[in-house]
Write a protein that binds this ligand. Structure first.
Ligand SMILES: Cc1ncc(COP(=O)(O)O)c(C=O)c1O
Length: 395
């Protein structure tokens, strides 16, 4: 009898702790309080106008039907051109799948690869959904601690040490959520080589590509065709709500990914795919490059501000829109700290707890997905909070 019960699998899926904080923030806002939001992992910018126009034009003709499971050929062709111009790699359109966000890409990749009992190495701290999705497919997520001195990315040694009899592959993200740190060309090439020597799969989450402030991010496809690469229109392209991403699979997984897309999703949203046809146009790219400059400016304001307040800073993050800050000089429980900061001073940030078990109590994630003025206000409130708690001496 299973009446009134959910599956054992889903019981293992953890909630986002930040949701509690967001609920609290909403409640405070409903009471008329002003909240500086630095907890949200999505750009505050609206969808670029050329993309909106493309969507409106498509919707106006009224025929909004399914596309083929793999996605519009015209969009896959644009993505293939993007890999050619951005990374100098040639990707056949047959290997490109348009998915409902990077989330859809993750589920298709993991469903293509995992059997019961398989183990996947994931970095800790890392994107929380990965371990939950791996568990949903009856596999094990083995968290491997990554450290500030390695840019919070895997090293060849860390992979070697963690690799066990049941390990089947590795997932990385660069730039990373929650750290904004990137893996360099040499590190990435060595990791892929290492994993392939062990005959493992390599999943590279490249969702924050485009949002990098020094060197451009390197794609795993620059080193091998036998990798799974996922990306999305959510972050750089500012299209979170359109739920559109893509997955590039090795030749051997094309049929599997096709069957999974058909069965799990039928296809990604049609109007979103037509909208995204304008995403690579020069006028859209001009808008996006300008936004990227704004993100860089915000990062600098936030980083310098946190440093001036006395947080222990790691190297400046090179990408995404996050700073993962060591707050151990001010507290030994980042969750309570974040909650109190929100309630007392109206600043919302995400505690480390959501990103794994690697000393989460010591870390806070700040998202610079709000304007420089709001970031400055947030820093001012943070300063007053620290003064009020006697953690900062007036000077
Ligand atoms: C590292 C990473 N991967 C994947 C996703 C999923 O993004 P989406 O489904 O909106 O494309 C996110 C969202 O925050 C993320 O941070």
């Amino acid at each position: 009898m299973n009446f009134g019960k959910v599956s054992k699998r889903v019981d293992q899926v953890l909630p986002f702790y930040v949701m509690d904080l967001m609920a609290k923030a909403k409640q405070l806002e409903a009471q008329g309080r002003d909240i500086v939001h630095m907890e949200v992992g999505e750009p505050d910018f609206s969808t670029p106008k050329p993309i909106l126009e493309a969507a409106t034009k498509f919707l106006a003709q009224g025929n909004v039907h399914y596309t083929q499971a793999q996605g519009l050929l015209a969009l896959r062709e644009k993505i293939a051109q993007f890999y050619q111009s951005e990374y100098r790699v040639s990707v056949p359109v047959e290997r490109i799948f348009i998915t409902p966000g990077a989330s859809g890409a993750l589920t298709v990749a993991l469903a293509s690869l995992l059997d019961e009992g398989d183990e996947v190495l994931i970095p800790d701290p890392g994107y929380p959904c990965n371990s939950n999705l791996i568990k949903l497919f009856s596999a094990e997520a083995k968290s491997v601690d990554v450290f500030a001195e390695d840019n919070f990315q895997f090293t060849v040694d860390s992979i070697n040490d963690a690799w066990g009899d049941n390990t089947r592959g590795v997932m990385i993200a660069s730039p990373s959520n929650p750290t904004g740190m990137m893996i360099n060309r040499g590190q990435l090439s060595a990791l892929i080589q290492q994993v392939q020597e062990k005959q493992g799969f390599f999943i590279s989450d490249e969702i924050y590509h485009g949002l990098s402030y020094a060197e451009p991010a390197v794609s795993a496809l620059e080193f091998s065709d036998d990798v799974f690469v996922l990306n999305s229109f959510s972050k750089y392209f500012g299209m979170t709500g359109w739920r559109l991403g893509w997955l590039i699979v090795p030749e051997y997984a094309i049929s599997a990914a096709n069957r999974l897309m058909q069965n799990m999703y039928i296809a990604a949203a049609t109007h979103s795919q037509y909208a995204a046809l304008a995403a690579f146009d020069e006028d859209t790219q001009d808008i996006l490059r300008e936004r990227c400059d704004q993100f860089e400016q915000r990062r600098d304001v936030l980083y310098d501000g946190l440093e001036a307040l006395g947080f222990k800073m790691n190297e400046k993050p090179q990408g995404a829109f996050y700073i993962y800050v060591d707050c151990s000089s001010f507290c030994d429980d980042s969750f309570s700290f974040a909650l109190e900061l929100l309630e007392h001073s109206g600043v919302a940030i995400t505690p480390g707890l959501d990103f794994g078990a690697n000393h989460p109590e010591r870390y806070l994630r700040f998202a610079y997905t709000t304007s420089v003025e709001r970031i400055e206000l947030g820093l001012q409130r943070l300063k007053e909070f620290l003064l009020m708690k006697g953690l900062l001496v007036k000077g």
